[in-house]
Design a protein around this ligand. Structure first.
Ligand SMILES: Nc1ncnc2c1ncn2[C@@H]1O[C@H](COP(=O)(O)OP(=O)(O)OP(=O)(O)O)[C@@H](O)[C@H]1O
Ligand SMILES: [Mg+2]
Length: 375
């Protein structure tokens, strides 16, 4: 004989008792009065309050919510009542029994019913999301700490580069100039009947010249002195150098004569720019690069577009590649964002947007906006 199916009420009870958390019905009347006509047995375990007690004193639910989260709860309820859209809220409640906070998630669906007049009814569930919420908060916190550390390392690295560049330039550069002067003096005193010595001296002189050039190049690489003349000058100079070195046309334009950025932030933006150009030279097979620096309200926007082969989705997440990640981290550390997209007519577009006066604390914000750099 087939088993007798349970009646609908028993079936519902079975579903409810197997649902994690608290199943409930909630009513908001036109005068603001609230009630819980139905609360499942999970009430005491979730809220630390027996269902009967909460039904008798429905206002206790709001009192359970920690003061900082109450307004958000009420706003979500009224928004759901007005638009008759799902009420989905997460927040903290204080559980006296444990002497601790608990994160709960509430999901319910509203219905406007004629009785009582102007009332809205919700049926839904509340669940304990403390564990996942704490994990999420920990991830956000450690992400912020990592960003802070990265920003610190970058800052120290730049300071160290500046120090080494200065020493190379001043010490080595000074000595080389002295050697060149001394060599010139000695050459003038060489006996005229010793042409091999004159040849040797000319060779050493050329060697000193090449070394002076190398010292300048290395010092400039470590710390572009153009940065001392401002961001616009530095980016324009770098665009020209890129064009000369790679034979790829690089058109730079800026919306203003200069953009006021402190030296740390200007340097970071300059390094992002260098990395973007290095990528173009290495990967894009482009013939044209367009760079635009603009001030938009309280932001600086640096837009670099090439007309090359474009960047494939998989290339953005290459495990052993750090250029794009570094650019993204630097942009975040500046309280900004980096977006990678397809340039009009093919190629790749990198857009960096940073606040003009973002406080250093910006790096502590959870990194929510990563553009379309999916890593
Ligand atoms: N402008 C571009 N045009 C085409 N492909 C690009 C461009 N920029 C980056 N790519 C692709 O994205 C990948 C990742 O770039 P990323 O700068 O992160 O690493 P990389 O240049 O390969 O190595 P590195 O760590 O030395 O920078 C590149 O290997 C390349 O395939
Ligand atoms: Mg790279």
């Amino acid at each position: 004989m087939p088993p007798v199916p349970p009646n609908i009420a028993d079936l519902m009870q079975l579903f409810v008792s197997n649902t994690p958390g608290l199943v409930y019905q909630f009513i908001l009347q036109a005068d603001g009065t609230v009630s819980f006509p139905y609360l499942s047995e999970g009430c005491a375990a979730l809220l630390g309050l027996p269902a009967a007690e909460l039904q008798q004193h429905p206002e206790r639910f709001l009192e359970l919510i920690v003061p900082e989260d109450r307004q958000g709860y009420l706003d979500a309820m009224h928004a759901s009542a007005r638009a008759l859209t799902g009420w989905n809220w997460e927040g903290r409640i204080w559980v006296q029994e444990y002497g601790d906070q608990k994160w709960i998630n509430l999901r319910s669906t509203p219905r406007a019913l004629p009785s009582p007049p102007g009332s809205v009814h919700w049926e839904g569930i509340m669940t304990n999301i403390t564990a996942s919420k704490l994990e999420q908060l920990e991830v956000t916190r450690s992400r912020a700490r990592l960003a802070e550390l990265t920003a610190h390392i970058e800052r120290v690295k730049e300071q160290e580069r500046t120090r080494i560049a200065r020493e190379i330039h001043d010490d080595l550069g000074g000595n080389l100039t002295a050697i060149k002067m001394a060599l010139m003096m000695l050459t003038q005193r060489l006996p005229p009947d010793e042409p091999q010595l004159a040849e040797r001296a000319a060779y050493v002189d050329a060697l000193v010249d090449r070394t002076i050039d190398a010292v300048h190049r290395i010092a400039l690489d470590l710390r572009p002195t153009m940065l001392d003349f401002g961001l616009v000058a530095a980016l324009e100079w770098q665009s020209g150098e890129f064009e000369k070195q790679n034979g790829i046309s690089c058109a730079f334009s800026s919306s203003g004569t200069d953009i006021e950025l402190d030296v740390d932030r200007a340097t970071a933006l300059f390094r992002i720019f260098q990395e973007a150009l290095t990528n173009i030279a290495k990967h894009a097979r482009a013939s044209q690069v367009t760079v635009r620096l603009a001030r938009q309200d309280q932001h600086v926007v640096l837009d670099i577009a090439d007309n090359g082969v474009g960047i494939a989705e998989d290339d953005r997440k290459k495990p052993g590649s750090f250029g794009l990640r570094g650019m993204n981290e630097r942009a975040r550390a500046l309280g900004g964002t980096m977006t990678l997209s397809d340039a009009a007519g093919g190629g790749t577009r990198v857009c960096i947007k940073i606040g003009l006066d973002a406080p250093p604390a910006a790096i502590m914000q959870p990194a929510t906006e990563t553009g379309n750099l999916s890593q």
